[in-house]
Design a binder for this molecule. Structure first.
Ligand code: FES
Ligand code: FES
Length: 133
């Protein structure tokens, strides 16, 4: 059912934990299953994401997608991180079973929510970023 990469990220999640005094924090819930994900971003003055951590209360696919999503945004500029979609995360994991696609949305939404928090705190706008629901 799951690809090797999904199993790997589920069993050995990357960047799990939290960041104290993070530049931006985003917490989102999955309307479909009630699971929760939180993303912490540490962003430097030039807009580069130097560190990222996540906490997920959710299924294995949610853990694996958060883990992969943190790997994809780490070291990127906020404008690039902004463009990382759940589709890109799924592709990086070699796919998810159809019933688990909604789980990957959590990761994208949590990153956007954390970027939004950062933008609010710093009085800036990030292109294409909309207020989280
Ligand atoms: Fe909550 Fe998937 S429904 S773990
Ligand atoms: Fe809830 Fe996967 S079933 S996030």
């Amino acid at each position: 059912m799951y690809t090797e990469k999904v199993m790997d990220h589920f069993e050995h999640p990357r960047n799990m934990g939290e960041i104290e005094n993070a530049s931006g924090v985003g917490t989102v819930g999955n309307a479909k299953c009630g699971d929760i994900m939180r993303i912490y971003l540490d962003i430097d003055d030039s807009g580069i994401i130097n560190d990222v951590k996540f906490k997920t209360f959710g299924c294995g696919a949610a853990v694996a997608t958060s883990s992969m999503a943190t790997e994809l945004v780490k070291g990127k500029h906020i404008n690039e991180a902004m463009k990382i979609t759940n589709k890109a995360v799924m592709e990086a994991l070699d796919g998810l079973p159809p019933v688990k696609v909604h789980c990957s949305l959590l990761a994208e939404e949590a990153i956007h929510a954390a970027l939004w928090d950062y933008a609010q705190k710093n009085g800036i706008e990030i292109e294409g970023l909309e207020k989280p629901k």
